[in-house]
Design a protein around this ligand. Structure first.
Ligand SMILES: *Cc1c(COP(=O)(O)O)cnc(C)c1O
Length: 453
C-alpha cells in the first residue's frame, strides 16, 4: 500500500523564508506613487508599513531569517502535512501521482496565517498600535485578527459588504479574536461615503475595501498601519514556508514534481508553494512546469493586460506593473471570493510574461465538480479558491491517462471550505452557473489605467 501522508517533525520548521528577488529572471519594475506616478520613496510606503517589511519588499537576499517569536506561533500548526492523493488517483484511473500540501490545518483554515503572524510581529516591534485591513470572504480578516490578538495589536477590518451579509461566521471569528469589523463601503471614510452617495446599495469589492483601509491608516498620523494579505512581495515571501516544507516532503516521498500548481487571487499561496520549486528550476537545472489557476470570470493572468495599474479601486494604493483587468473592474460574485482581485502580484505577473509560469482559467462549475470529486475521494472539503488548483491537477492527471505518462503532480490546497457550505448547497441543487467573461466591463475598466510615461 503506498504511503498517504508525509509529515515533518516540528524541528524541520523552516528557519528562513525564500526571497525570489534573488533569482528573478527579469528585473523588477519600479513601484510608483499613485499621484505622481514616479518611483515611490520609502517614506511614502512608511506611512502604511513598518520599515522592516519595506526592506523585505526590496531585499535581494535569497533567504531571510524567520524571527523566533514567529516560528513559535507557526508551530501551532506547522509544518503542515503533505498527502499523496492515492484515492483520487484511483478514481481518475491515472498513472500520474498526485500530491497536495494542505494549508487548511492552520487555526483559521487557510495559508493566510503564514503572513499575518510575521506582519503583526514586525508591526509590534516597530511600535505600531493598531492595524487596518480589508477582507473579502473573511479568510484574511480572521488570519490577521488571530495574529493581532497574539501580539496585542488593535485591528480594524473593512469587509466587502456582500460577504459581511452572506458570511457572518467568519466575521464572528474576527470579533472573537478582538477585531472590529465594518461592512465596506462604510460611512467611516471619505472614499466609502463617496461610493455610498453614488450607489447606496453597492455590494462592495476588495478594491474598495482596500481603499478604505488604506485611507484610515494614511490619515491616522502614524497611529495605525495598513496590512495586506496578498499581492506584495513580502507577503509572497512569508508564504514560502509552504514550498520549502513541500520540497523536503517530496524528498521523503522519493519523488520530484513534474508539475506544481496553485490557485492565484493575488498570488500569495501560489507563490508560497511554487517559488521554492522555481528556485530549483532557476538554480539547479530542474524543469518543473509551474501553473497558476484562476477563475474564468476574473482572469487577470490569462486575459488581463501586463501593464502599470493601481492596487486599489480608488487609486490611492501604489501603482505596480502587473497583469490587470483594470482597477475599476468589479468581478462577478463567484464563490471563490479570495480570487476576486483585479490584479496580480508583480513577480508572478513578470514570470508569466517571461514564460516561467503558465496560467490556466477555470470556470465555476467545473471547479466545483473537481472540489466534490476531491472531497469524495480524499475526504477534505476544499475552499472554492483551492478547488481551482484541484481542477487543474485533475486535468493534468487525466491528460496523463491519455498519454500513459507517469507524471508527478503536486498542488497546494490553500484552505478548507467549511465556511462555504452555501456555495456547495447551490452547486448540489444545480443553481450554480458559469459566469461569462465580462469583456465589456474589462474594456471599460481598461480606459482608466494610469498613464505611465
Ligand atoms: C485568500 C485565499 C486565496 C487567494 O489568495 P492568494 O493570495 O492568491 O493566495 C486562495 N485560497 C484561499 C483558501 C484563500 O483564503
Amino acid at each position: 500500500m503506498p504511503q498517504h501522508k508525509f509529515i515533518l517533525d516540528e524541528s524541520r520548521l523552516p528557519k528562513a523564508w525564500y526571497n525570489i528577488n534573488a533569482d528573478l529572471p527579469v528585473p523588477p519594475s519600479p513601484v510608483l506613487h499613485p499621484q505622481t506616478l514616479q518611483p515611490v520613496t520609502p517614506d511614502f510606503l512608511g506611512v502604511l508599513f513598518p520599515m522592516s517589511l519595506i526592506m523585505q519588499e526590496v531585499s535581494t537576499e535569497r533567504y531571510i531569517e524567520i524571527p523566533e517569536p514567529v516560528r513559535e506561533i507557526y508551530k501551532l500548526w506547522r509544518p503542515t502535512p503533505m498527502f499523496r492523493a492515492v484515492s483520487l488517483e484511483r478514481a481518475l484511473d491515472t498513472p500520474a501521482h498526485i500530491y497536495y500540501k494542505y494549508e487548511g490545518v492552520s487555526p483559521v483554515g487557510s495559508h493566510k496565517a503564514n503572513t499575518s503572524v510575521p506582519q503583526a510581529f514586525y508591526n509590534k516591534e516597530a511600535g505600531t498600535k493598531a492595524l487596518t485591513t480589508e477582507t473579502g470572504a473573511g479568510q484574511w480578516g480572521s488570519a490577521l485578527s488571530m495574529a493581532c490578538n497574539f501580539f496585542g495589536l488593535d485591528l480594524e477590518i473593512y469587509m466587502v459588504k456582500v460577504s459581511y451579509g452572506q458570511k457572518p461566521y467568519r466575521r464572528i471569528i474576527m470579533e472573537n479574536f478582538g477585531a472590529k469589523v465594518f461592512a465596506s463601503p462604510s460611512d467611516r471614510t471619505n472614499y466609502g461615503r463617496s461610493v455610498l452617495k453614488d450607489n447606496p446599495d453597492s455590494p462592495g469589492s476588495l478594491g474598495m475595501a482596500i481603499s478604505e483601509a488604506v485611507e484610515v491608516a494614511a490619515t491616522s498620523n502614524g497611529a495605525k498601519k495598513y496590512s495586506l494579505g496578498s499581492v506584495l512581495g513580502h507577503v509572497l515571501m512569508h508564504q514560502t514556508v509552504i514550498g520549502i516544507e513541500a520540497l523536503e516532503q517530496m524528498e521523503m516521498a522519493g519523488e520530484y514534481p513534474d508539475v506544481v500548481i496553485g490557485c492565484a487571487g493575488g498570488g500569495s499561496n501560489f507563490a508560497g508553494f511554487t517559488y521554492p520549486f522555481l528556485h530549483q528550476n532557476f538554480r539547479n537545472g530542474k524543469k518543473t512546469r509551474v501553473i497558476a489557476a484562476e477563475p474564468a470570470s476574473c482572469p487577470s493572468l490569462t486575459r488581463g493586460k501586463y501593464t502599470f495599474d493601481y492596487g486599489d479601486t480608488a487609486a490611492m494604493a501604489p501603482v505596480m506593473k502587473m497583469h490587470t483587468l483594470g482597477h475599476t473592474f468589479i468581478p462577478p460574485g463567484i464563490h471563490a471570493g479570495g480570487l476576486r482581485y483585479h490584479g496580480m502580484a508583480a513577480s508572478v505577473s513578470a514570470m508569466v510574461d517571461h514564460g516561467d509560469i503558465e496560467a490556466r482559467a477555470c470556470k465555476q462549475l467545473e471547479t466545483f465538480q473537481a472540489a466534490v470529486q476531491f472531497m469524495r475521494t480524499e475526504g477534505i472539503i476544499p475552499a472554492p479558491e483551492s478547488a481551482h488548483a484541484i481542477r487543474v491537477a485533475i486535468d493534468e492527471a487525466l491528460a496523463c491517462k491519455k498519454t500513459g505518462e507517469k507524471k508527478v503532480i503536486a498542488f497546494n490546497l490553500s484552505g478548507h471550505g467549511h465556511f462555504d457550505m452555501m456555495a456547495y448547497e447551490q452547486f448540489n441543487q444545480g443553481k450554480l452557473t458559469d459566469y461569462e467573461y465580462p469583456a465589456d466591463k474589462v474594456d471599460e475598466a481598461m480606459k482608466h489605467l494610469p498613464k505611465v510615461a
